[in-house]
Design a protein around this ligand. Structure first.
Ligand code: G3P
Ligand code: CA
Length: 327
């Protein structure tokens, strides 16, 4: 048995046997049970409304209801293989992650294609093929995109790896796992249509930094679990956010919940108060992109519900070896 297969067996065992005590679900329910109607009314005046709970009879709902933090592979297992490609997704599935994250844009002819950057330059041979620079994904047809090499930049081992249509990536990942789709470009309606056609609503999760996209997605498919990514790089008027503004706060949580999202997906600029405030609102908290064991342990101790990593084995190990209980 190869090392990677041994690791996968160990990780599958941990997924099946890792449990922690169930926590109360919200101050409103507790107030009602303990002290009756008057206390309930008081609690409603002071407790933020809860986000809509995920249906627990769907694959995504079941995962979100699990009694342990989730492990999410960022752009696949991108520490080991070229990001957002089939080899990267294959390694992530072997590592038994809870979600395989990917990014997509639309090609010039409107086909969702899996890639992180708006341009092809960093992760394909576009510059070598076509000369010049700043080759936008959205300026190329699917046929043109399919001629590119998306693996050689990472290592010659992966030379010949092709860009994937979103649909191809979903077909591959969903056979064994669940996908966390991040929209980087394109209309919500197109993604809703794709998920409905493939019967994948709540068999995948959808996230975006574009909260207008989330609002529109929620309007079209209110049952789909969504993740609100933040912080944004700038304000609507173009100003950069200050360090304080980048911290996860009650104001961000309220705005995220208003999009219809059930998960807030933030950078590591969070603290314990923010995690508690999110949970009070019925929001799960996931953090990106964490590849350091000490940072992972610290976040787990804050009570986060999921960690997104380029190297998910590090997160599994942090989960398996940390001693502090959750909140
Ligand atoms: O899933 C979180 C993360 O993917 C967001 O950042 O830029 O890597 O897509 P980015
Ligand atoms: Ca992403």
């Amino acid at each position: 048995m190869s090392n990677i297969h041994r690791l996968a067996s160990l990780l599958r065992f941990r997924k099946q046997h890792s449990h922690r005590p169930i926590r109360p679900v919200g101050a409103v329910a507790l107030a009602f049970a303990a002290t009756g109607t008057i206390a309930m009314m008081l609690a409603m005046m002071t407790t933020p409304p809860l986000a809509q709970a995920a249906e627990t009879n769907t694959p995504v709902g079941k995962l979100l209801a699990m009694d342990r933090p989730l492990v999410i592979a960022h752009r696949g297992y991108s520490a080991l293989a070229p990001e957002n490609t089939l080899p990267s997704f294959r390694y992530a599935l072997t590592a038994a992650v809870d979600f395989v994250e990917l990014d997509y844009y639309h090609s010039r002819d409107g086909v969702p294609v899996v890639l992180h950057d708006p341009t092809l330059d960093r992760t394909t041979d576009a510059r070598k093929r076509w000369g010049g620079s700043n080759h936008l994904v959205s300026a190329k047809s699917l046929a043109e995109l399919q001629t590119l090499d998306a693996g050689a930049w990472f290592s010659s081992t992966f030379a010949g790896t092709k860009l994937l249509r979103l649909e191809e990536a979903l077909d591959f990942i969903q056979r064994e796992g669940l996908t966390l789709i991040e929209c980087k470009g394109g209309e919500a309606a197109a993604c809703v249509q794709l998920l409905r056609n493939k019967h994948l609503v709540n068999h995948v999760m959808v996230q975006s930094f574009d909260w207008d996209y989330l609002r529109e997605f929620h309007r079209l498919a209110p049952e789909q679990v969504l993740g609100a990514l933040g912080p944004p790089s700038k304000h609507a008027d173009g100003r950069k956010l200050t360090a304080a503004e980048r911290q996860l706060s009650a104001a961000w949580l309220d705005r995220a919940r208003d999009t219809g999202a059930q998960v807030i997906v933030w950078s590591s600029q969070i603290n314990k108060e923010a995690v508690i405030a999110a949970h009070e609102r019925g929001l799960k908290v996931w953090v990106y992109t964490i590849d350091d064991p000490a940072a992972a342990t610290k976040l787990l101790d804050l009570g986060v519900d999921g960690i997104i990593s380029n190297n998910p084995a590090i997160i599994w190990k942090a989960l398996a070896t940390r001693r502090s209980p959750r909140l």
